[in-house]
Design a protein around this ligand. Structure first.
Ligand code: NAD
Length: 309
């Protein structure tokens, strides 16, 4: 079947399994599913999976960028260092940021890209251009899904910064749009390609640890400086974090296993815990004992207890 890849797992299967596992840990509610929805079930597939579908094989890749704050500007520099990448259009709601990005492109020897800064939805005009192959999105989290959907509906592949979506429903929206439009939607997680991560992966594959029966990991990122600053990501990420903490707190209360460390928007208490800041992260601290118990499979063997993006 076209929608199956070699290992027999489609993206749809994967997401369904992940949601089921998340529901066991109270993630469905954290991730935005309401009580009445319960665990969101997989919507029927309207089209075959995009897993394993190759890109067209471009001679040059024409890129449009939405969001040239800290991350977008940094990645723009990386893109400009790659031969055969052309940056054709730049969008941000802050004009100066667009102008700065345009200067970078011109400084690299490429023609001045078109700039879009007219409004919060000017990105739609960028998405409509007919000279783009890929749209790279590096905006605040709430914008990721509408921008990625717009890009795919306008016939472009999209690369979205982490997290691609913050609710299960929105994850399905991305999957469905990708399958329907036959355009790839790639979440640009990069930490999994770090030196340490690749080294451990290599060790696992080489059998250094023998048969793996349990894995546990965390992404520890001290965000205190960022969250208490007055610019950049702090302008939107602080608020998102407060909302997430509230949602976590409600979920924990609803499950009757209140945890003082999670109650309220106490940023200071857990400010260094990037893991909890991710919308698809677990509602409990990573090493709470009951998580290990709940992660045991029916055969009594421990399964992967915690994952991070
Ligand atoms: N992969 C990584 O290592 C990494 C590192 C940092 C940030 N990120 C991710 O990158 C994304 C952006 O983070 P950042 O640090 O660059 O934040 P930032 O606040 O510095 O940049 C966001 C930019 O988006 C612009 N923007 C906001 N709304 C817009 C709209 N409607 N249309 C166009 N532009 C809009 C803002 O003006 C700003 O310039 C986030 O998703 C973040 O999680 C990833």
């Amino acid at each position: 079947m076209a929608s199956k890849r070699k290992g027999g797992l489609t993206r749809r299967d994967f997401l369904r399994t992940a949601v089921a596992a998340g529901a066991g840990m109270g993630l469905a509610r954290i991730a935005g599913a309401t009580e009445s929805e319960g665990t969101p079930s997989a919507p029927p597939a309207g089209a075959p999976s995009m897993i394993g579908v190759p890109f067209e094989g471009f001679r040059t890749v024409r890129v449009g960028i939405i969001g040239v704050g800290g991350r977008g500007t940094g990645l723009l520099g990386d893109l400009l260092a790659i031969p055969d990448v052309q940056v054709k259009a730049i969008c941000d709601i802050v004009r100066d940021k667009v102008l700065n990005a345009q200067r970078m492109v011109v400084g690299s020897g490429q023609p001045n890209p078109e700039g879009y800064w007219a409004s919060e939805t000017d990105y739609e005009n960028l998405c409509k251009r007919d000279d783009l192959d890929l749209i790279y999105i590096a905006t605040p989290w709430d914008w990721h899904v509408p921008m990625a959907v717009s890009g795919m509906l306008n016939g472009k592949h999209v690369g979205v910064e982490v997290p691609a979506a913050t609710t299960v429903k929105d994850c399905w929206k991305l999957v469905d749009t990708s399958e329907k439009t036959r355009k790839h939607c790639v979440m640009l997680e990069n930490v999994c390609y770090g030196y340490s991560e690749m080294m451990v992966l290599n060790m696992v594959r080489s059998g250094v640890f023998g048969e793996l029966t349990h894995g546990e990991a965390a992404y520890i990122h001290d965000l205190r400086g960022l969250l208490f600053s007055g610019g950049g990501e702090a302008l939107w990420r602080r608020e998102g974090r407060i909302q997430l903490k509230r949602a976590q707190s409600s979920a924990v209360e609803a499950e009757g296993r209140g945890s003082p460390s999670l109650a309220g928007p106490s940023t200071a208490a857990t400010a260094g815990d990037e893991f909890a800041a991710r919308a698809h992260a677990c509602p409990a601290p990573i090493n709470r004992p009951q998580r290990r118990r709940s992660a045991a499979g029916p055969d009594g063997r421990a399964r992967r207890a915690a994952t991070t993006p």
